[in-house]
Write a protein that binds this ligand. Structure first.
Ligand SMILES: Nc1ncnc2c1ncn2[C@@H]1O[C@H](COP(=O)(O)OP(=O)(O)OP(=O)(O)O)[C@@H](O)[C@H]1O
Length: 301
């Protein structure tokens, strides 16, 4: 791979996944601790009074939240309500200004960067830059947390990459440069990369924003299948409430940095709550096939 490209990719990775580059590449070979973060294990995350301020601005206040093993949470709220900040706190890339965040009972700050990158993967809306890296190389980057300081890993890594490429229907595209793929295909590669990371907790920040409705559904179905197979925990910031109701077990709603509700889509997606959180006039209907709440919007005039 060209060195410049590799650096650009790693820079993007650092920004989007929030993991320091050093932490990913300095790992010793996949040691015993990696067993504790294998694809089949799960985790429990707890926030107690967690808050975050930027200067005088309180972006998040007093969040109390338990994320149980294997749950799929959707985080919703208007622009600027603190959703991304909340994900960053859980990813360990931002420290809370108040309160505590624990993973499996241990303060998140007590985990090393390498441990966190083995447990937690982050995928953002533009998961990968359009550069001329082959798909396989990009997916292999998901294995950084398991590589030794020479950048090598056991044969297990190659097997994981092959499996993930196949599961996501990317085998045929494996040698194609990323910048020749459509946005939807590229987001699928981004998902493959985080799957290769074998996280126990996946954090998604508006992952379907740039996808058309077919790719949105495909992306969410792939996530659902992966989650079911590997019992991972998912926390996804979603602007599309209908997608959230279709796929998430539970939803947490934020308004101006304050948690204003959490519960099942049925309990949370009521006209009153939607009006309160988003300041729109909603009409709620029940999905005829899936019996979950779906949102229609009403024009003001
Ligand atoms: N690094 C930062 N420095 C200063 N203020 C910040 C920083 N990050 C976020 N904020 C502020 O905190 C608030 C919450 O931002 P955040 O990005 O978490 O909201 P969001 O709900 O994800 O928004 P959106 O839906 O628009 O992406 C905003 O007012 C934002 O300007």
């Amino acid at each position: 791979m060209k060195k410049q490209m590799k650096q650009s990719m790693r820079r993007h990775e650092k920004q989007s996944a929030g993991q320091p580059v050093d932490a990913r590449s300095n790992g010793s070979s996949r040691a015993s601790s990696s067993n504790s973060v294998s694809a089949s294990s799960t985790m429990r995350v707890s926030l107690a009074g967690a808050g975050k301020s930027y200067g005088e601005h309180r972006a998040l206040q007093d969040i109390n939240w338990q994320i149980a093993e294997g749950e799929w949470w959707g985080v919703v709220g208007a622009n600027g309500s603190g959703k991304s900040t909340l994900l960053q706190l859980i990813a360990g890339t931002e420290e809370p200004s108040t309160g505590q965040i624990t993973i499996d009972g241990r303060n998140i700050g007590s985990y090393s960067r390498k441990d966190l990158s083995r447990m937690i993967a982050v995928l953002q809306q533009d998961g990968l830059p359009a550069i001329s890296y082959p798909v396989r190389d990009v997916v292999e980057m998901g294995r950084y947390p398991y590589q030794n300081w020479l950048g090598r890993e056991s044969a297990e890594g190659a097997r994981v990459v092959d499996r993930v490429l196949e599961e996501l229907g990317l085998t045929e595209l494996a040698e194609r440069p990323l910048d020749t793929l459509s946005g939807g295909q590229r987001q699928r590669v981004a998902l493959a990369k985080v799957m290769a990371q074998e996280p126990r907790l996946l954090l998604l920040d508006e992952p379907t924003t740039f996808l058309d409705i077919k790719y949105q559904m495909q992306f969410m179905e792939l996530l659902a299948a992966w989650r079911q197979k590997n019992h991972i925990t998912i926390v996804a910031v979603l602007h599309d409430l209908n997608l959230a109701a279709l796929f998430c077990d539970r939803i947490l709603a934020l308004r101006e940095g304050v948690m204003v509700g959490k519960g099942t889509p049925h309990s949370l997606m009521t006209e009153e709550q939607i009006r309160d959180v988003f300041r729109v006039e909603p009409v709620m209907v029940s999905h005829p096939s899936h019996a979950v709440p779906q949102l229609l919007l009403r024009r003001e005039k």
